[in-house]
Design a protein around this ligand. Sequence first.
Ligand code: ATP
Ligand code: MG
Length: 503
Amino acid sequence: MEDTKYILEAKGIDKSFSGVTVLKGAELCIIPGELHALMGENGAGKSTLMKIIMGIYTKDAGTVTLDGKDTDFKSARDALDAGISMIHQELSPIPEMTVAENVFLGREQKKFKGLPFVDKKELNRMTQELLEEFGLSEFIKPDMKMKDLNIAQIQMMEIIKAISYNSKVVIMDEPTSSLSEKETETLFRIIANLKEKKIGIIYISHRMEEVFELSDRVSVLRDGQFIGCVNTKEASREELINMMVGRELEGGYPHNTAEKGDVVLELKNFTRKGVFENVNLSVHAGEILGMAGLVGAGRSEVMRALVGYDHLDSGEIILEGKNITIKHPKDAVRNHIIMASEDRKELGLVLCRSIKENVSLQNFDKLANASFINKGTERKLADDYTKQMATKMNGIEDMVSSLSGGNQQKVVLAKCLLSDPKVLIMDEPTRGIDVGAKAAIYNIMIELAKRGIAIIMISSELPELIGMSDRVMVMSGGKVTGVLEGEEAASQQKIMNLAFGGK
Ligand SMILES: Nc1ncnc2c1ncn2[C@@H]1O[C@H](COP(=O)(O)OP(=O)(O)OP(=O)(O)O)[C@@H](O)[C@H]1O
Ligand SMILES: [Mg+2]
């Protein structure tokens, strides 16, 4: 037999969790120096396959070879030692650890053979070097606690950590999902560098543009089965969607035909020093207001302050014509102002509880001391919403931790929808969501608008923002640089101009 040209090869992989088949004959082969995209709907089995390659899960059948040799990793440690590292989709840093401790977690002993304790200074020095190399030293310091980093910074640290192992294969499971443009650029530079070094990259993403820009080949999984592998150059968007979903999808965005009512919410002179300044906005019943801007423009920050996650220096909140005060998230819930945060865990998804318990209004009741909907209706709605979004689960008694990343996001949305909002703030609602389920979420948004709910949507995907919004408000550097309506709101160029602070 001739020598294999593959650096990594997984073949005939089967896996089931307590009797439920998740992978059936999955395969993937990686050439040195290629970026190999792995695509598939939420719950198709992408992350599971990666965890099998990494030795985190054991496979029921199949083989994984690295450099032509069978692997049988018992843990991620083994995989790392053999030359495979992974950036995980679900980030879960230990909050009290410092940045440096996090990067070198589990490696201290190796680097400092013979020393009875870890040399903190040396760890910090090496981390500082990495931060400088990747242009992050301005914002992140080695001795900062992980809990003080924002989600983009945490993701960036995970990327750096994975790279610092000097592996032969690097697995990236939705690495850009919480990165800003600037950080994404840094990642793309890192990727180019890895490819030059003939490292194989497995890249999982739901973002079609990214896949076409970066990848050499694409493999597709559907329901745990290998559907095919194509050269990116020869593939079309439609072909990939067809491979993933097994049918054609209607393109485009549904039109918001809801009747626009009175102003529901108005913010006046919202200011948080150093973050955003004198932000004014209003949103009507039945309206979808899009918030555009580069990540870091302050959009999420304004909304977080509105719902009481963050402190506000000054500003007024007027709900249905009355001034209200929000000092704590529970005040927002009591006033039916609900935010689906971009950070699933922050919003209060309790991973070790069932979907039902998570979606349950109990969580909100505890906060708000008020019951909006009776139990029967609640259960039915929970069922309806999760089904509409095609949440892949066995039932709403499943643990949230057993759901794929995208499916967890759907639970977050279901929970918010059930809380009877007057104002619904959706921060990156389709992040990590597959193409098919995105359409379901858009339809739900229209349905809510028709019920008279005012929706504020933050999205870094401009086509989505333009497609769904009645008006688009643009922020740059903590200030509102424009509010676009009608045709203007559909101009990508006008929006980008304002996003870069232009006139
Ligand atoms: N530990 C587990 N216990 C039970 N079921 C699990 C477990 N991990 C994953 N699953 C199930 O396996 C299926 C595949 O999940 P996986 O996380 O691999 O999907 P994915 O392709 O990565 O999806 P996404 O795009 O949403 O991240 C899902 O139906 C999920 O619920
Ligand atoms: Mg996944």
